[in-house]
Write a protein that binds this ligand. Structure first.
Ligand SMILES: [Zn+2]
Length: 279
């Protein structure tokens, strides 16, 4: 499952083209919620030359590039801001089925940039107000030169197979009877394969082999980059920590429990398993 750009119509850029005076797409966030226009039957984001027309005064804005040749901006508004008539602020996860795919993906990019911009107003080293670099997505300190790129937290997720069965685990933080795959954040100094080995051993007490790259996905809740793998069981007995993982077992394709949706790469891994091992 490797794909080229996830975007169909979006061209990334950090530098606005000053002569492009087309109306812009605006990704306006208040406390991580996106402002959407629900005036018609379809849900969309504001498309305008000027946010002032909507009575919106952002704290900060960021240029994202173009969609169909139209400029795109992200913006952060303060928590007291009311949405204009007919518009609402909505959680990004709830909008997956409602927004155009490029717009939805771009919103995930936008919210991460908004948060990064907001959280890197001052140099982490000397406290001087930072400046945004023009040639790359970075903040630089004019006093000491310290540079901060967009913050990402890489995490691995693995579909582990034994005799045609898939290992699924119930995480203490997931509601209901949802089972997921083994996942965890990459630690400093690790390769991705080492993270897969460590997390599998820590969470379920198993050793795995034949670790193969499957695909990756930006997961903006809040700033993860998910890197997905498939692997085969090597040795050990399932032994959960009882804390992060409350239960784990091997499932056949025809007895899978409630699983994550296809929105997430976990869902794609489970689909891969069903297609490969199902009848
Ligand atoms: Zn500094």
């Amino acid at each position: 499952m490797q794909r080229e750009s996830i975007y169909k119509r979006y061209e990334p850029s950090n530098n606005p083209n000053k002569i492009n005076d087309s109306p812009a797409y605006w990704f306006v966030f208040k406390l991580n919620e996106l402002m959407v226009d629900a005036n018609n039957n379809t849900i969309n984001i504001p498309y305008t030359n000027n946010l002032e027309e909507l009575n919106i005064s952002p704290i900060r804005t960021q240029y994202l590039g173009t969609l169909d040749g139209n400029p795109c901006y992200s913006a952060e508004v303060n928590s007291g801001t009311d949405a204009p008539e007919g518009m609402v602020f909505k959680d990004l996860r709830s909008l997956y089925n409602d927004l155009d795919e490029d717009i939805y993906l771009l919103a995930g990019r936008a919210v991460q940039i908004v948060n990064w911009d907001s959280n890197h107003q001052f140099c982490g080293k000397c406290g001087t107000p930072t400046e945004t670099k023009e040639d790359e997505m970075a903040k630089v300190c004019p006093a000491c030169g310290f540079t901060s790129h967009t913050r990402l937290s890489p995490a691995v997720i693995t579909a582990i197979i034994k005799d045609g069965k898939l290992l699924m685990a119930k995480h203490s933080h997931t509601p209901g009877n949802m089972y997921g795959l083994i996942a965890g954040f990459v630690e400093a100094g690790e390769t991705l394969e080492e993270t897969v080995l460590r997390e599998t051993l820590e969470e379920v007490g198993l050793r795995v082999k034949n670790i193969k790259y499957f695909g990756s996905q930006s997961w903006p809740f809040p700033n993860s980059l998910m890197i997905a793998f498939t692997a085969d069981y090597e040795s050990g007995q399932i032994r959960v920590d009882g804390d992060e993982i409350t239960h784990a077992r091997w499932f056949n394709t025809d007895e899978l429990p409630e699983t994550p949706s296809r929105v997430s790469i976990a869902g794609e891994l489970i689909d891969w398993y069903k297609n490969k091992y199902g009848n």
